[in-house]
Ligand binder design. Structure first.
Ligand SMILES: NC(=O)C1=CN([C@@H]2O[C@H](COP(=O)(O)OP(=O)(O)OC[C@H]3O[C@@H](n4cnc5c(N)ncnc54)[C@H](OP(=O)(O)O)[C@@H]3O)[C@@H](O)[C@H]2O)C=CC1
Ligand SMILES: O=C1O[C@H](COP(=O)(O)O)[C@@H](O)[C@H](O)[C@H]1O
Length: 498
């Protein structure tokens, strides 16, 4: 059977190990996601969740931590005593230093401590610092727990540049075959992001317009109100370009720009995404100077609350790291040549809103001479968060007998209302895909490396220039030069629609 369309099956037994089981990601995202899937009865009949960390915790201690975390990160309406207790009973904690070779025998023993251990699918989720990825994989290999059904999940960032990404990929690849490696980008698990593929390719009306003939430009905005929180050390080494653009924003761009695959299969979508990344206009030094803007938040007001500057969040003022990026790029192929793609993302901005906006060209001819009112180009907003949905802006006639008075109106699709259902968190979908062995929504090695290939010249140029990121007050839309990036092209950023 074609590997692309082999059905993905739920195994009957699974050991899901979270390296970093006491960390922020595990407690805030992974365990709540697994709890929700357990609540829906979707996890394998015989599953265990094994948490690994250096913390001196026994099973009861970890279960208590996870209970507290569920209380904070799961809606109270979804917390039933019986369900929480049943879920917690599946959890086991192992106190292990991933860097201490002598500790690993105990992990081996834990994996073997179940009836028919060879029948359980083993998932190894590496929710730890990336510097541990290679050595953890090597130890897993040495203790003999990696068989052909095993899977490893790598959290971003995969490296901090192309060379280091290759090193990580090589180290992990020495133990796991590419189809067993799940490089997670949680944006791909968001409902509205997956729906972008369905909207484009399961309908006929958009595709004929989805090209340089009809599209004026595309904007992708991921605006956050949060600062760097407790992740200052990681963030200061990364910055917004590595943390958000190299992965999440480029993935969104790929889904907007890609060609239709023959069908949605484990490699077909990824093949098309790689082609988009390879078609991105390479950034020479002068392109970086002209088409990118870096910013850094100062103290300000976010949602009416005073927040400190990045330097204060970090505890020192010596950093040159950007917390905001805006840039212009182009996909150099037949479909998109000449259409600018504007991307921006930042922390401590005026609102939390992630949106893709496709702005169409003006009609070629106005057949309402002297019409009153206002018109605006058609725009399709794909709302990624906080609300998920879609909004199409059209021009309509205002009702009334007095001739043509035109007004922009919108057609709205809110998923929550249209489907009257709780929208699962992105991790819920992605963790189920890992358990079932479906890598379609995960990044393949060549994708990650193509994304770094495009990103790296920007990093190099920024490092080589004495200029520092432009300052913006927290609670605003970023530095003014981000607005100028579009204004010089006769355009303006579209206000987020939520
Ligand atoms: N938090 C988030 O929202 C996101 C995180 N990520 C990535 O996920 C990874 C984890 O992030 P996050 O949860 O925030 O990090 P945290 O620092 O909160 O947690 C790290 C976890 O790893 C454990 N750990 C650290 N060193 C070792 C070791 N030598 N052996 C065993 N366990 C160890 C820690 O426990 P202990 O110290 O007790 O050993 C802890 O459980 C990082 O790579 C991060 O970049 C990616 C996207 C979002
Ligand atoms: O990967 C990351 O994503 C979050 C934003 O995720 P969202 O689902 O809340 O939009 C970002 O805050 C973080 O810095 C980054 O590492």
């Amino acid at each position: 059977m074609d590997q692309n369309i082999t059905p993905h099956v739920l195994p009957t037994a699974c050991d899901f190990t979270v390296f970093g089981g006491t960390g922020d990601l595990a407690l805030r995202k992974l365990l709540p996601a697994l709890y929700h899937r357990d609540l829906e009865g979707q996890l394998p009949a015989d599953y265990r969740i094994l948490g690994v960390s250096r913390s001196d915790l026994d099973d009861a201690g970890w279960r208590a931590e996870v209970r507290t975390a569920l209380g904070v990160h799961v809606d109270a309406a979804d917390l039933y005593d019986g369900a929480v207790d049943r879920f917690l009973a599946r959890l086991f904690h192992l106190n292990l230093d991933a860097e201490a070779p002598e500790d690993w025998d105990r992990f081996h023993a834990l994996l073997k401590d179940r009836p028919h251990p060879e029948e359980a699918v083993r998932v190894f989720y590496l929710a730890v610092a990336p510097k541990l990825f290679g050595s953890i994989c090597q130890r897993l290999d040495e203790i003999g727990v990696v068989d052909e059904h095993a899977r490893v999940v790598l959290e971003k960032p995969i490296g901090h540049d192309l060379a280091s990404a290759r090193e990580v990929n090589d180290a992990v690849g020495r133990v796991f075959a590419e189809p067993q490696i799940f490089r997670i980008d949680h944006y791909l698990g968001k409902e509205s992001v997956q729906n972008l593929l369905v909207t484009r390719f399961a309908n006929t009306f958009l595709e004929p317009l989805w090209n340089s003939r009809w599209v004026d430009h595309v904007e992708i905005t991921v605006s956050e109100t949060v600062g760097v929180g407790g992740r200052g050390e990681y963030y200061d080494n990364a910055g917004a370009l590595r943390d958000m653009v190299q992965n999440h924003l480029l993935q969104l761009l790929c889904l907007v720009a890609m060609e239709p695959p023959t069908y949605v299969g484990r490699e077909t979508v990824r093949d098309e995404k790689v082609k988009v990344l390879q078609a991105l206009r390479p950034m020479a030094a002068e392109d970086v100077d002209r088409d990118t803007v870096r910013g850094r938040y100062d103290a300000g007001l976010v949602d009416g609350v005073a927040v400190p500057s990045y330097a204060d969040d970090l505890g020192h003022g010596g950093s040159r790291t950007e917390t905001f990026v805006a840039l212009k790029t182009e996909v150099q192929n037949w479909r998109w040549a000449g259409v600018p793609f504007y991307l921006r993302t930042g922390k401590r901005m005026d609102r939390r809103a992630s949106e893709i906006v496709v702005v169409f060209k003006e009609p070629p001819h106005s057949m309402f001479p002297g019409a009153e009112g206002t018109t605006a180009p058609n725009r399709l907003h794909i709302l990624v968060q906080p609300d998920e949905g879609m909004r199409l802006h059209l021009t309509a006639k205002e009702p009334g007998p007095g001739g043509y008075r035109l007004r922009p109106v919108s057609l709205d699709l809110s998923y929550a209302t249209a489907f009257d259902a709780r929208l699962p968190d992105a991790y819920e979908r992605l963790l189920m895909d890992v358990i079932k062995g479906n890598p379609t929504l995960f990044m393949r090695r060549d994708e990650v490396e193509a994304a770094w290939t495009w990103t790296e010249p920007i990093l190099r140029r920024w490092a080589a220039t004495p200029e520092r990121p432009k300052r913006y007050p927290a609670g605003t839309a970023g530095p003014t030069s981000a607005a100028m990036l579009l204004e010089r092209d006769g355009r303006t950023w579209t206000e987020p629609d939520q």
